[in-house]
Design a protein around this ligand. Structure first.
Ligand SMILES: Nc1nc2c(ncn2[C@@H]2O[C@H](COP(=O)(O)OP(=O)(O)OP(=O)(O)O)[C@@H](O)[C@H]2O)c(=O)[nH]1
Ligand SMILES: [Mg+2]
Length: 201
């Protein structure tokens, strides 16, 4: 049996071409794939990390941004502990679509899901959305905010580690028996979170 204490599901959503797959591959494989093709449906990757001497397994679900896959990808929202909503800082239409994505999240995700807004492609010089605009949007919608570059490996590790740390903190605050232990066939030792937040009250 695998040796880890926490299991968290993280789902990436956002318009086609914003760099979701590149972010996941940068984090899980440490590379920036040349000629990355569009995702068909949903891809799945796993990475185990360690924080405060605790092993945390992240299941990362990378959804397709293309409209035609929407009904498939929606079904992955429900069980997510964290949702990463990605836009491209050099492409205004991907920012303009954020309210539509939030509506999807409201409709299909757990209301307590940890939500993170990510402006990707920080390396590009043709920025269209200033940092403050992204930050303000995130604040208004109660989301964490981070700008990343999958290409230059900027803030990518930080993104996933911070999510894992926050989820772990929330899980710890809940304490037994509000944990769900071994609720899935994946691993009997895994701890999954059902409701959040808990600590900041
Ligand atoms: N300059 C730059 N380009 C990036 C970055 N991340 C991704 N790209 C490029 O953006 C394009 C789309 O990247 P993907 O990761 O396939 O985008 P996606 O969001 O997964 O797209 P779908 O799977 O269709 O939803 C590719 O040409 C990447 O090379 C980045 O950080 N900087
Ligand atoms: Mg993709």
């Amino acid at each position: 049996m695998e040796d880890y204490k926490f299991l968290f599901k993280v789902v990436l959503v956002g318009n086609a071409g914003v760099g979701k797959t590149c972010l996941v591959r940068r984090f899980t494989q440490g590379l920036f794939p040349p000629g990355q093709g569009a995702t068909i449906g949903v891809d799945f990757m796993i990475k185990t990390i360690e924080i405060d001497n605790e092993k945390i397994k992240l299941q990362i679900w990378d959804t397709a941004g293309q409209e035609r896959f929407r009904s498939i990808t929606q079904s992955y929202y429900r069980s997510a502990h964290a949702l990463i909503l990605v836009y491209d800082i050099s492409c205004q239409p991907t920012f303009d679509c954020l309210p539509d994505w939030l509506r999807e999240i409201e409709e299909y995700a757990n209301s307590k899901v940890l939500r993170v807004l990510v402006g990707n492609k920080l390396d590009r010089e043709d920025r269209e959305i200033p940092t403050e605009v992204g930050e303000q949007f995130a604040q208004r919608h109660n989301m964490y905010y981070l700008e990343t570059s999958a290409k230059e490996a900027e803030n990518v590790e930080r993104l996933f580690i911070q999510i894992a740390a926050e989820l772990m903190e929330q899980a710890r605050c809940k304490e037994l028996p509000r944990y769900e232990i071994g609720s899935e066939s994946i691993d009997q030792n895994a701890t999954t979170i059902k409701t959040k937040p808990c600590c900041n009250n």
